[in-house]
Design a protein. Structure first.
Lengths: 387, 323
């Protein structure tokens, strides 16, 4: 008795849903137009086919003209002409509710306001989880947005949903953390290895001079990013400051205590060391803390890459002069400007630069937009950032 | 009125209420669907609704055995961790051990089954309370996932592997077809077989069930093992959908699953509930989340709305029960 009633209710619900959804379909203009097109096609199949063939050829020729042959990044399918038009832009960072992505959003909002006629919003899961991020992107695709911005939680797992967006003519731009190259059009790279390494060395030389012994505390000896930075630093030193001598490189395995100990060991073993570079967000505070506790503030320079929040106390009391990183507000700002430029046809495959508002002309290398020189957080500006 | 008669009337009353509770859920669902379709013209389209089934299949697969388990008076908090462990084993056995992919999928399913069996043995034979046993394995299985994968993800599966999570059979997503078949099996098992009646009996009064000769230990073992096997299946579909296996997959998924089951009218104290209720609960949560996002409500606000709906549903449930 109970079961049969329940089944009837379920059946009714299903029926209602199907009927309602069937009603909803013709509301969309596109299906109707498509249906009409199909009818025409049926009426005159040969003419239509010929016309289609010509159209495809024209398309191909056009595509060949605009896109360089070695273009590996994605291209949206049948994207409508959006030049100068109102844009709906949605930003899906790794997560929301943390200072870093609040800062990128701030930059995007600033750019959206400057540009006008942009409907912009950031929304993402509250934890950095790829499956939740996919759900957000998927819902925005259904919503029918013009541009999707993302900072991916997983470069491979995010690719299918981004490709789906491209297939539906949505423009896709990444920033901060990339996806597979063919799943998006452009990626705003916040810091190239080269520029970042050079900024660190310049910062060090400014404090210890071009002739000194220095040491490096890296994260782990196999960490790919850190190894690229070290490689670029060595290259730059050999070129510009041959008398700057790296005496040792010690690992700290993403552990602040290990970094602390490594810095202590360096100070004991190499009494001539004038500066130590902390190469991860936890290595830098660990190294600075060791220098501070040994009473060497001001005698041994602490240079490195970390976030303002982790380094604020040290920078404010002067034990680390500054922090090298990038400005996430600028990163968001550039990503939104890239979206507008892409929609307006002012940023195309093959371009080598584009105009990004107050940031001026940004370089484009392949499908990567370069944010430019790293940002240096000092005593004067570190209070303005919360991440 | 004799005592037996009183129990009889109470029983009938409760079943009557149960019937109307599914009715209430169905009405709630229809209201939500109508409301959301007025707010967004993108919501009530065949494409969107079918697409949603892709996103909620894994939760739904776990909700089926969870309904049985909660009706029997237990709970399985390790569901998300079992999924992650199974998924990691899929990637591990395929990429690092070099097993052919179909064999790796079997390893994935077996991993889930083993995880579930361990839960079952702990609960049925060692007699650890389900909440504590599965809270412990929640941490242990998650630990296995990180340990075995070394927190690295496995990717680059061949294209035909994606059929199960991204492909279609006719107009329907592959996993939706699998889900519908399993929903029917679960529904029939719970409502039409002796095994189903045993589950209700254990949840209503375990001692009485024992005296009436129900093999309680074996039933519990089967329930938790089934939960593990479903986690293995969900892991396979999940991996195929998101194209990579990660140790942090499905963290906290068990909470979504339990929310759907409870929203569907299954009593957290055991003894009552139904698969139809669970399916309605799942639909309400999924469509609410999807619809609100489509109408432009922010993600964190959506979670709040779902929480409120959950409390409302339980409140209505309680009021009806008391009447």
């Amino acid at each position: 008795m109970r079961k049969s009633h329940a089944s009837i209710v379920l059946a009714l619900t299903t029926a209602a849903t199907i009927v309602l959804s069937a009603c909803a379909v013709p509301q969309g203009v596109a299906p109707t137009v498509q249906a009409a097109a199909t009818q025409v096609a049926e009426a005159a199949p040969t003419v239509e086919a010929a016309a289609k063939e010509v159209a495809t050829k024209v398309e191909e020729a056009k595509a060949a003209m605009e896109v360089p042959a070695d273009w590996k990044a994605g291209i949206p399918k049948n994207a409508p002409d959006r030049a100068g038009k109102n844009l709906v832009i949605r930003d899906v960072p790794k997560l929301i509710g943390i200072g870093y992505f609040a800062a990128t959003t701030k930059g995007m909002e600033e750019a959206a306001k400057e540009l006008g006629n942009i409907d912009f919003k950031t929304d993402a899961p509250t934890e950095a989880k790829i499956e939740k991020q996919i759900e957000f992107l998927d819902n925005f695709i259904t919503q029918g947005v013009d541009v999707l911005l993302y900072a991916s939680n997983d470069p491979v797992a995010i690719a299918p949903v981004l490709k789906k967006a491209l297939d539906q003519g949505i423009l896709v731009i990444g920033y901060d953390a990339d996806a597979e190259e063919d799943a998006r059009q452009f990626f705003v790279n916040q810091a190239t290895f080269e520029a970042f390494a050079q900024a660190l060395i310049e910062d060090m030389v400014a404090q210890v001079g071009p002739e000194a012994d220095i040491a490096i505390v890296t994260s782990s000896l196999t960490a790919p990013n850190q190894n690229r930075w070290i490689e670029e630093m060595k290259k730059y030193i050999a070129e510009k400051y041959p008398k700057l001598n790296i005496v040792t490189i010690l690992p700290s395995e993403e552990d602040q205590q290990l970094a602390f100990k490594a810095a202590q060991d360096i100070m004991k073993t190499y009494p001539n060391v004038k500066g130590i570079i902390g190469l991860s967000s936890v290595a830098f505070p660990g190294v600075t803390d060791a220098i501070k506790q040994a009473g060497n503030c001001g005698k041994i320079a602490s240079v490195g890459a970390s976030t303002p929040n982790q380094m604020r106390p040290f920078v404010e009391e002067g034990c680390a002069k500054d922090v090298v990183l990038w400005n996430p507000v600028d990163l968001g700002y550039a990503a939104l400007y890239a979206a507008r430029a892409l929609a307006d046809g002012k940023l195309k495959p093959g371009d080598t630069e584009f105009e990004a508002g107050r940031l001026g002309k940004l370089k484009v290398r392949g499908s990567e937009i370069l944010l430019g020189d790293p940002f240096v957080f000092t005593k004067d500006n570190i209070g303005n950032f919360d991440f | 009125m004799t005592e037996t008669q009183t129990t009889q009337t109470k029983r009938e009353l409760r079943f009557g209420v149960l019937r109307s509770q599914e009715g209430i859920l169905a009405i709630l669902l229809i209201l939500i669907v109508i409301g959301l379709s007025l707010l967004s013209d993108r919501f009530l389209t065949v494409n969107n609704l079918l697409n949603q089934t892709r996103l909620f299949t894994e939760t739904a697969l776990l909700a089926l055995p969870m309904t049985f388990i909660i009706i029997s008076g237990g709970i399985d908090l390790s569901a998300g961790s079992m999924l992650a462990w199974s998924a990691v084993m899929l990637g591990f056995s395929w990429q690092l051990l070099g097993l052919p992919l179909p064999l790796a999928v079997i390893v994935c399913l077996l991993t889930g089954l083993v995880a579930g069996l361990i839960n079952g043995i702990l609960i049925a034979y060692v007699r650890v309370p389900p909440l504590i046993a599965t809270l412990a394995t929640l941490a242990i299985y998650r630990g296995f996932s990180f340990g075995i994968s070394q927190a690295r993800s496995v990717r680059g599966f061949p294209d035909d592997f994606y059929f199960w999570g991204q492909g279609q059979i006719g107009p329907f997503p592959t996993q939706f077809i699998i889900l519908v078949i399993l929903i029917i099996i679960a529904h029939v098992m719970l409502s039409r077989t002796g095994f189903g009646r045993w589950v209700y009996a254990i949840g209503n009064n375990e001692l009485a069930a024992r005296f009436s000769g129900i093999p309680i230990e074996r039933v519990k073992l089967v329930l938790y093992a089934a939960s593990g096997l479903m986690a293995g299946l969900a892991a396979f579909i999940f991996t195929s959908r998101v194209t990579t296996t990660r140790a942090d997959a499905a963290t906290g998924l068990e909470l979504d699953v339990i929310a759907a089951v409870v929203l569907g009218g299954t009593s957290i104290f055991g003894g009552s509930g139904s698969i139809i209720g669970t399916v309605l609960g799942l639909l309400i949560i999924t469509l609410l989340r999807n619809g609100l996002l489509l109408t432009g409500v922010k993600g964190d606000a959506t979670v709040m709305v779902i929480g409120i709906v959950l409390i409302l549903a339980v409140l209505i449930n309680n009021v009806l029960r008391r009447r």
